[in-house]
Design a protein around this ligand. Structure first.
Ligand SMILES: Nc1ncnc2c1ncn2[C@@H]1O[C@H](COP(=O)(O)OP(=O)(O)OP(=O)(O)O)[C@@H](O)[C@H]1O
Length: 489
């Protein structure tokens, strides 16, 4: 058995209780009350409700989690709350042990006991073993990086490039290679919620930190900047505050729309901006809309924010969404069925954070249920996130699936082009419309470019023959039908 040595509880009587009023139940309930105050109800429900207290004896509380995935997730995201709660409830020397259910398909759960991970310490040990002398320096850099408020998981390698972010991506790479010495100063990234603005800006910061050890990179949210500024005024530390920011080499400020209406803060930003810009230091900003649309920001600041380049990020298209899902799965070391990936990519369209949320929720639910993640399971698990799961199967759905399959536009499909993939796509669209909907020949003809019903009959017969004869065409049609079914689930 492995032991957690991060916390040690005072010695208690070695009392083991197995009923509802057991001591482990009481300790755990109090911990849950403390944890509940810090995290949102959905996260609490997902991650803490399934945990069972198993034992409290000697100086240690043992909790049972449904899988190693659960254990790793809790350790990565909630260990701090857990430790604090234990300390509050039991005292300063608490010890925690996880019992992990490995497989409950064969009757009795098989459990594995693990202590909490001390991620930093483990990381240090790991680097040390691999690297000998360089280890400490690598670790020290990691620690410094934390002070820059950069999250090392946000890199260019983990950022999927698509039409939605291609300008922002290219500009960010260029800035990362040559901070302060390029035409993109400031670089402003703008776009809707959860589309990767923070990720792309932090990727610049991380790249600069990797390649230029001595550079002072700082990521700060506008909110934190504004709060620190007010505190500095109140504590008579405004001089230190100003000189701290004026000494940064790459200053990254997130969500600058938050400065709207904050005149004093804007004035401070104005002076910091001027000092940094004049000394060729790089400034990177993000906003939830174009700078010109942010109300309540002084003109002199707006004009400076427009000196460099503003690049937008749009919601990702279908192919990019799929690529993002695959990349996130790869990073988590898991794989989903193609149908499941397509279902998520089809239904979560506006926010990459929500795409990630779906993956996490599925993995969490699977750890509990220990069943395969198929389409049905996905639908029921994600019903709170994907609200409109049942869509009408109509001619628009068929049009969308056919266009995506052949990489053609809806104008192509409805137009007069006789190019092979367009005319075949059009015929398949009409054939599937007849097969999968109650639409009349007239309605189908009108929808696909105002064609008369004899053209529709010809298309249906042509494709029906291809389907009957099997082969490649049939495969294509089956695949498109499958995609239509997924879109309309
Ligand atoms: N193109 C992408 N490739 C891979 N991951 C992405 C991509 N875009 C966004 N993400 C991921 O989506 C999540 C949300 O991104 P991020 O926090 O950067 O969005 P944001 O635009 O800053 O959101 P907000 O407006 O809420 O601040 C992050 O985990 C990020 O890694």
């Amino acid at each position: 058995m492995l032991y957690a040595d991060t916390m040690t509880l005072p010695e208690k009587q070695d009392t083991r209780h197995r009923n509802n009023d057991s001591i482990e139940q009481k300790v755990w309930s109090s911990c849950l009350d403390a944890i509940r105050e810090h995290i949102n109800p959905l996260a609490f429900q997902t991650w803490f409700s399934p945990i069972r207290p198993l034992d409290y004896s000697g100086n240690q509380l043992t909790i049972q989690v449904p899988s190693t995935f659960f254990y790793e997730w809790i350790e990565e995201h909630y260990s701090q709350f857990l430790k604090e709660a234990l300390r509050d409830v039991i005292g300063p020397e608490a010890r925690l042990m996880y019992s992990i259910v490995m497989d409950k398909s064969q009757g009795q759960p098989v459990t594995m006991q693990l202590p909490p991970q001390n991620v930093q310490a483990e990381k240090k040990a790991e680097i040390f073993q691999k690297d000998g002398g360089k280890a400490d320096r690598a670790f020290e850099r990691d620690v410094e990086r934390f002070e820059t408020h950069l999250n090392s998981k946000y890199t260019f390698d983990t950022l999927i490039r698509g039409d939605c972010n291609s300008l922002a991506f290219a500009a960010a790479k260029s800035v990362a290679q040559n901070p302060g010495q390029n035409a993109f100063n400031p670089l402003v990234i703008y776009g809707g919620v959860g589309l990767g603005k923070t990720h792309i800006m932090q990727a610049i910061g991380n790249t600069v930190r990797e390649s230029r050890d001595a550079s002072k990179v700082l990521y700060v949210s506008s909110e934190k900047f504004a709060i620190d500024f007010v505190n500095a005024i109140q504590n008579g530390k405004i001089q230190e505050f100003s000189s701290f920011y004026r000494n940064i080499d790459v200053l990254i400020i997130d969500d600058i729309q938050f400065f709207s209406g904050k005149e004093k803060t804007q004035e401070e930003i104005f002076h910091i901006f001027n000092t940094l810009h004049q000394s060729n230091k790089q400034i990177i900003l993000s906003a939830d809309r174009p700078i010109k649309d942010i109300k309540g920001i002084e003109d002199r600041l707006i004009s400076r924010f427009n000196w460099g380049l503003s690049a937008d990020i749009q919601p990702p298209d279908y192919e990019t969404r799929k690529a993002i899902i695959l990349s996130k799965l790869h990073q988590s070391g898991v794989n989903f069925d193609e149908n499941v990936i397509e279902f998520i990519a089809n239904n979560v369209t506006d926010n990459v954070r929500e795409l990630e949320g779906c993956i996490v929720k599925l993995l969490a639910a699977q750890s509990l249920d220990k069943r395969e993640i198929d389409l049905q399971f996905t639908k029921s698990t994600l019903k709170d996130i994907i609200r409109h799961t049942t869509k009408q199967l109509n001619l628009d759905t068929i049009e969308k699936a056919v266009c995506e399959y052949f990489s053609i536009t809806s104008n192509d499909l409805k137009g007069k082009s006789k190019k092979k993939e367009i005319s075949v796509g059009r015929q398949i669209a009409m054939y599937l419309s007849k097969q999968m909907t109650d639409s009349s020949l007239k309605t189908i003809g009108l929808h696909f470019g105002g064609r008369d019903h004899s053209t529709v009959i010809h298309a249906i017969n042509t494709i029906a023959k291809k389907v009957d004869s099997g082969g490649e065409d049939r495969g294509k049609i089956d695949e498109i039908r499958r995609r239509i079914e997924i879109i309309s689930m």
